[in-house]
Design a protein around this ligand. Structure first.
Ligand code: CDV
Length: 310
């Protein structure tokens, strides 16, 4: 009998600056119930799922951005979600802004088991954008100002009868992130994202933005023989638009389920985890086909070194 895990991608519509935590947690609770009603055992919520995507804003004063961070997880405000998960016997992935109590701040996610207890934490490694104030831009992307790069690597957990890993948004564009988990036998990657519909550096059509998103998650899934559940926060937050495109991708690289709206929306798929084994034992049998003697440059060098012209 094959191992199956029914999962949900629980996309959030916009969260505005004026929306408070309890109202957001209420929306998450409703989607957890809906996923449970669909027979799911695991739900993936977006990156920074408790607040608006605040790194688009420059805050001058120290402390002005404090309200976007979580100082404990769960807190009194987020506990209803954890309590409901335990009651319904359903697990979840939740992205949030983490203040670690020692002055460090990360763009993080937690993996929560069916008893409502935190099984693991991931801190986003690839932080896009800039740290300096660029008020001339239509909006900013200040993840490098508000967060430190994650310091936990790319661990995997034995959970939900599978080998499960986590990524956050921009991580999905970096093949190394998937491969480090692929080398630990990953079978399901949970990934939350917030992707603006406009590129602030050079013009791209909305279609191209969506294409790059799908290309990244579909390639990561196929090349590492894993399921990927990618969940967006979508729509216009106080006028700043982000695309949706939440999807559940099979180890074949095919999209098996996807959202159609830019609102709160739950889509589900019953994942055959043994499908991973088929590809891991054939096309992507790493132990037989990889040639690590030729890959040393990947960890020895960060940027591009051009050969000299003379
Ligand atoms: N939240 C993100 O990491 N967003 C980036 C944008 C800035 C390109 C992304 O990769 O989707």
């Amino acid at each position: 009998m094959s191992r199956r895990l029914k999962v949900a991608s629980a996309q959030l519509g916009p969260i505005h600056l004026a929306d408070d935590r309890p109202s957001v947690v209420k929306r998450l609770v409703e989607m957890l119930k809906e996923a449970h009603g669909m027979g799911c055992r695991f739900v993936v919520f977006p990156e920074l799922a408790l607040t608006t995507f605040f790194p688009r804003y420059w805050y001058d004063q120290a402390g002005e951005a404090d309200r976007f961070f979580e100082y404990e997880m769960p807190s009194a405000e987020t506990r209803p979600l954890f309590d409901l998960a335990a009651k319904l016997n359903i697990g979840f992935y939740l992205g949030y802004a983490e203040a670690d109590g020692e002055g460090r701040r990360f763009n993080s996610s937690v993996l929560v088991d069916t008893d409502g207890k935190i099984l693991g934490k991931y801190r986003k490694v690839h932080l896009p954008g800039h740290a300096d104030n660029r008020p001339h831009l239509p909006f900013q992307h200040l993840e490098k100002k508000y967060f430190e790069p994650g310091d936990l690597g790319f661990p995997v957990w034995r959970a939900f009868d599978s080998i499960l890993g986590m990524l956050i948004c921009n991580d999905r564009r970096w093949p190394e992130a998937y491969r480090v988990m692929g080398l630990q036998g990953v079978e399901l990657i949970a990934l939350g994202f917030n992707t603006p519909s406009h590129n602030i550096y050079h013009p791209e059509t909305p279609h191209l933005r969506m294409f790059h998103h799908r290309l990244s998650v579909q390639a990561g899934a196929y090349q590492n023989a894993t399921w990927v559940v990618a969940t967006a926060k979508a729509g216009a937050e106080d006028g700043y638009h982000m695309f949706g495109g939440s999807c559940i991708v099979a180890p074949t690289g095919e999209i098996m389920a996807q959202t159609v709206s830019e609102e709160d929306e739950v889509v589900a798929f019953d994942c055959d985890l043994d499908l991973c084994r088929h590809y891991k034992a054939s096309t992507f049998a790493f132990e037989r086909h990889r040639r690590i003697e030729h890959y040393t440059r990947i960890t020895a060098q960060t940027g591009v070194t051009l050969p000299s012209e003379d």
